[in-house]
Design a protein around this ligand. Structure first.
Ligand code: UDP
Length: 455
């Protein structure tokens, strides 16, 4: 270790799906830079660690692989959450034995456990080790509240049953959340299979988070002051430490701009381009991809579309060739999203409403067209459209050619509604940048987090 004195050993447990491990490692990199004498043992699956630890890491972050729980020779059937369920079947034991290995390697007992908030059983492991547990939540404060109040929501729902429909707005169901629609609650709160391993994990997360020494989230408190106030009264120590994408020094894109998105954007008019991406794990069904493609061509909207190779096969015949040849569009399997959103040419973000995507759009002041697919995406979209007024929910909840044309025209036009959206997201952008500035709230909160893990 180059002779550095190691004062503390912190274990870090990742939830190895979607963008979770990337964002957890980004926080750990910031912590590792701020606390160079602390050694971090970072646990995730081999597959995710391989993708995460491509460049030379910090000396004080050690990589440990844990099993993904998938039986030898078994090929995943593509069922929802199948991979997650296998992982959850082995996770606690894998992490428990991993701690022993890391403690032996480092020659030091762990003094603190940091984990993805999803991994609620870290509370038990931390207790066994008699050390504090710090839970890091990659999502926003509102969606976190829905899991915290799952028991209360279920209770109230059973009282109200019959008198309300899933699409009715309900006021004051959750403290700090003025209104919500039941249909926007994450699956597993009151709808769907409440006993599935995933739903049970979220429920237990909600029940166990008050055991954490600190709960930190990737958001900024000015975005959601009422919810922050409520969560601060429930948790021992609640810290908004984001938006992480604005703390760019330790958050450079894990993959470079290998498809030359930025130079393509350089040749487009300011505010004209629709950037389309549905995150790292999900994609709307094929007929909706066709509807988007048709709407882009019919409205002549320049576009940059990040979509994986498999899903590209569902685009209409000749679409990619035509739009590439006439220069109106670019289809890539991966884009440096933060830089794309920051580019002056980008006028709208067509997104699934994943939390990181929403925060990144806010950080760049780009209004959104949202098509939520799963999890916290509907509640994030509700916030975007109804609370913050910085984007629209795609008409009818799914892409049709007509609905997509209308949404593109609405957000990209220069009329009053679009102007209002841009002004509101511009104001939030300023608050986000202030929060991570020299005396900003997130900067202060991050310092507190460093104190917690070095204590
Ligand atoms: N992302 C990216 N380029 C792409 C697609 C996604 O950089 O082409 C990044 C994006 O910037 C964000 C993350 O992947 O940080 C997606 O996170 P989000 O929470 O929005 O969705 P998830 O992948 O978890 O569903």
């Amino acid at each position: 270790n180059g002779g550095t004195v190691r004062t503390r050993h912190v274990g870090v447990f990742a939830f190895p799906f979607a963008s979770h491990p990337t964002h957890l490692l980004n926080v750990v990199r910031r912590l590792a830079a701020a606390a160079p004498t602390v050694v971090f043992s970072f646990f995730s699956t081999e597959r995710t660690n391989r993708a995460l630890f491509t460049k030379r890491g910090c000396d004080n972050i050690l990589r440990y692989d844990v099993s993904d729980g998938i039986p030898e020779g078994y090929v995943l059937q593509g069922k929802i959450h199948e991979d997650i369920n296998y992982f959850l079947g082995v996770a606690k034991e894998e992490f428990r034995s991993g701690v022993q290995v890391a403690e032996k390697d480092v020659g030091m007992k762990m003094s603190c456990l940091v984990s993805d908030a999803f991994l609620w059983f870290s509370a038990d492991l931390a207790k066994e080790l008699s050390i504090p547990w710090v839970a890091l939540r990659t999502g926003g404060a509102r969606s976190l509240s829905t899991h915290l109040y799952t028991d209360l929501i279920r209770e109230k729902y059973s009282e109200l049953k019959g008198s309300i429909g899933p699409n009715d707005e309900i006021a004051n169901l959750i403290p700090g959340v003025e209104s919500i629609r039941l249909s926007d609650l994450p699956i597993g709160v009151i709808f769907g299979d409440l006993d599935s391993p995933f739903a049970s994990m979220m429920h237990k997360m909600g029940r166990n988070l008050t055991r954490a020494t600190t709960v930190a989230i990737n958001s900024f408190q000015e975005l959601d002051p009422d919810v922050t106030k409520n969560l601060s009264s429930l948790f021992n120590n609640f810290l908004n430490i984001g938006p992480s994408n604005l703390v760019s020094k330790h958050n450079s894109p894990s993959k470079p701009d290998e498809f030359s998105c930025i130079s393509w954007l350089d040749n487009q008019n300011p505010g004209s381009v629709a950037y389309i991406s549905f995150g790292t794990k999900f994609c709307p069904p094929p007929h909706e991809l066709v509807a988007i493609a048709e709407a882009l061509e019919s409205t002549k909207t320049p576009f940059l579309w990040s979509i994986n190779k498999d899903s590209q096969t569902h685009l209409p015949l000749g679409f990619v060739e035509r739009t590439t040849a006439n220069g109106s569009g670019k289809v890539v399997p991966w884009a440096p999203q933060v830089q794309v959103l920051d580019h002056i040419a980008t006028g709208v973000f067509v997104t699934h409403g994943g939390w990181n995507s929403v925060l990144e759009s806010i950080g760049s002041g780009v209004p959104m067209i949202c098509r939520p697919l799963i999890g916290d995406q509907p509640i994030n979209t509700w916030m975007v459209e109804r609370v913050w007024g910085i984007g629209v929910w795609i008409e009818g909840g799914k892409f049709t050619k007509h609905g997509t044309c209308c949404a593109l025209e609405q957000v990209l036009s220069v009329d009053a509604s679009s102007k209002g959206m841009k002004e509101r997201i511009g104001a939030l952008k300023d608050l986000a940048h202030k929060a991570v500035g020299p005396n900003g709230s997130s900067t202060q909160n991050f310092k507190t987090l460093v104190d917690v893990i070095t204590r």
